[in-house]
Design a protein around this ligand. Structure first.
Ligand code: ADP
Length: 657
């Protein structure tokens, strides 16, 4: 007969504070395959401690333990978990069924850790064996104590173990249930299972074939009452301990992950309020970031559109910086430009197009309609340089500039004010009492801030200067540079040229200024970047706060489910399995918070767009970013609680009150 278990001089001492209790003192014991052993003795004699050591739920302080001839004292925790999963089934006094899942799912649990979920029907078979098929889909709290214990036995059997360890299996049951359970256990032994059972009731021990009595951590009697079922053909001769502990099925299985997700879902759903509150930090943070990014990106897009319509290779030369400060400088400090300057600038290398401008106000009259607007006199190149090619009609030509022709291109606001729905083309309007022919309508540019860019009339610069506004000089000169790389160089050449032409001295160098569109853009982009950083830090802080909330609730969850963790470990979950389970729970929580946050944030942004008419832009990038961050927060802040759970000692966890 093969020896399954060989204990040699095992000792175990519990040290609690100053007192240390020697629970086992040099216990040696051998159990053969097919035996049914009852361990008896008064309370505190070390029975449970012995059973837990036998079942690898705890480790001895000293002594040897061979299972199937293989020394187990040097095996790692994970290897012991594999042994528990493959070779051992436990039946506990308190049943330890998980409350939120059905009986069938409880019985299936060890299969999940064995990576054998595809053998699901085995769980149902074992439940049939214990006579509870019709209760398989009930939750444990819908079953009587005896029925719960039968489900626990089905669970212990599902991986077809060699040995069943039972710790006071009938301790919580009435006599009738006790007899039923003991009949089942005795029958298991008859079919070849080795059984080691702790009990303090003689009538329960009656079922066993061998009785070991303990006192003060020692075996004081060992009596074989009936022979073990030695003639069992199917009795195990070789136990593949080596192949099991080498981790033949050590990797985490898909079924296990599915199970974790289900558990995480249930854990969250069964504590709705609590989960919602702990998700709130993540939710608010993500919602705020999504909303702000959407509004920020919308604003940025409309600004960029306007900048693009100005052209990015543009230099603008203005006379006199006094305009900037609103204070007139002393006479002579302001440089005034003429068409000769314009022609000189046109010859500077790198310059593509030049257009002189003057601006002024004018009173427009058409029929009985009046409108006061800004008049802009420009050259013919203005249309292309400022992306102002008329949407309807045409721009004026060089010939018309030379002739000081009275033609006008109107902005859409002006058209609306003067013509309403009528066609403005070819109509004659009066500007400061001078008659102009409308030849085109400018494309719509929208507003920038309070300024309506469409409230303008564009006419030839010469007409504006000499006929309408009575100006001798141009107000500004737009220069388009051939390509953006030449901007600085051209700017400098023009600067030098103008200084030379106007004999400007050092102390009046600011009597004109050259503005660079690229510079303006750069400033805009820098501002946007600052905004992004600001948003980023708000996001980081809220995710940190949210993460701490998650960590807190996960620690609570781990504490609440300490016994569940103990049970899972007893049936073969490794540290990594438990860790994964709680990490997934944390991630599911932060992920749900994140997704809800995205929906809320998008909702807020859409609301702002509807109510305030703001431009918004919800980018896929921001959604992906927010989702990723909420998952990462879950992993980071779930890590510590999950580790706490994973490192629990199985037996301490099982006995946690
Ligand atoms: P039995 O199962 O025979 O009642 P146990 O094996 O549970 O006995 O306990 C043996 C002795 O070890 C008792 O004195 C008990 O108080 C002590 N003991 C058991 N577990 C612990 C523990 N986790 N910490 C401290 N002492 C313990």
């Amino acid at each position: 007969m093969a020896k399954i278990i060989e204990l040699n001089n095992i000792s175990k001492t519990y040290a609690t504070g100053a007192v240390s209790v020697a629970a086992l003192q040099g216990v040696s014991l051998a159990v053969n395959a097919g035996e049914f052993v009852a361990i008896m003795g008064p309370s505190g004699s070390g029975k449970s401690t012995l059973l837990h050591l036998l079942g690898f739920l705890d480790r001895p302080d000293s002594g040897g333990y061979r299972l199937g001839g293989k020394d187990t004292t040097k095996l790692s925790d994970d290897q012991l978990a594999l042994l528990r999963n493959s070779l051992i089934g436990f039946v506990f006094q308190q049943f330890h069924l998980l409350p939120r899942i059905t009986s069938l799912e409880n019985a299936e649990l060890p299969l999940i850790y064995a990576g054998k979920r595809h053998l699901k029907e085995k769980a149902m078979e074992r439940i049939k064996d214990v006579g509870l098929a019709r209760r398989a889909l009930h939750r444990p709290n819908e079953l009587s104590g005896g029925e719960q214990q039968r489900i626990a036995i089905a669970r212990a059997l599902v991986n077809d173990p060699l040995i069943i360890f039972a710790d006071e299996p009938t301790g919580n049951l009435d006599t009738k249930s006790q007899n039923e359970i003991m009949a089942i256990i005795a029958e298991l032994n008859n079919k070849g299972k080795t059984i080691v059972m702790v009990t303090h009731e003689e009538e329960v021990a009656e079922y066993a074939k061998r009785i070991i009595r303990m006192r003060d951590g020692k075996i004081i009697a060992d009596e074989i009452k009936k022979p073990a079922a030695t003639d069992l053909a199917e009795g195990p001769q070789e136990i593949a301990v080596d192949s099991i502990v080498s981790g033949a099925h050590a990797e985490t299985k898909r079924a296990e992950i599915t199970d974790h997700f289900r558990q995480a879902f249930w854990a969250i759903v069964s504590h709705k309020m609590r989960s919602l509150l702990s998700m709130l930090g993540i939710l608010i943070g993500v919602a705020a970031v999504i909303a702000m990014l959407a509004l920020g990106a919308g604003a940025q897009e409309s600004i960029q559109k306007q900048l693009a319509s100005l052209g990015s290779n543009l230099l603008t030369i203005r006379s006199g910086s006094h305009r900037l400060h609103g204070v007139s400088l002393a006479a002579g400090a302001v440089t005034r430009f003429t068409f000769q300057d314009v022609e000189a600038i046109r010859k500077v290398p790198g310059v593509k197009r030049v257009s002189a401008s003057v601006t002024g106000a004018a009173q427009l009259v058409y029929g009985n309609k009046n409108w006061n607007t800004q008049v802009q006199g420009t050259g013919v190149d203005y249309a292309e340089m400022r992306a102002a090619e008329p949407a309807v009609g045409r721009f004026f030509r060089q010939e018309e500039v030379r002739m000081r022709a009275r033609v006008a291109v109107l902005g859409t606001t002006v058209v609306r004010q003067l013509f309403e729905d009528a066609n403005p083309l070819e109509a004659y309007i009066r500007m400061n009492r001078i008659s102009f022919k409308v030849i085109g309508v400018l494309p719509q540019k929208g507003a920038s801030g309070w300024h309506d860019n469409d409230d303008v009339v564009v006419i030839p610069v010469t007409t504006a200067m000499y006929r309408l506004l009575g100006k001798q000089y141009v107000d500004s000169i737009d220069v388009e540079v051939e390509n953006i790389g030449l901007m600085d160089q051209v700017q400098k050449s023009i600067n030098d040229l103008l200084i030379k032409r106007h004999r400007i001295t050092k102390d009046s160098e600011d009597s004109f200024e050259i503005r660079n569109m690229a510079d303006i853009k750069e400033t805009m982009e820098a501002t946007t970047k600052t905004m992004t950083w600001l948003l980023g830090s708000i996001a980081a802080i809220s995710l940190l706060v949210g993460g701490i909330g998650i960590m807190n609730i996960m620690l609570v969850s781990v504490t609440e489910r300490t016994r569940e963790i103990g049970l899972r470990k007893a049936i073969g979950a490794r540290e990594s399995d438990i860790m994964l389970q709680f990490l997934i729970e944390a991630v599911v929580m932060t992920f749900s918070g994140g997704v809800t946050g995205i929906i809320f944030g998008a909702g807020i942004a859409l609301l702002m767009a509807l109510i305030a008419g703001w431009t918004i832009k919800i980018s896929l990038f921001s959604v992906i970013l927010a989702t990723t961050f909420s998952v990462v927060v879950g992993v980071i802040f779930g890590l510590w609680p999950a580790r706490q759970a994973a490192r629990l000692n199985p037996i301490e966890a099982l006995r946690y009150e």
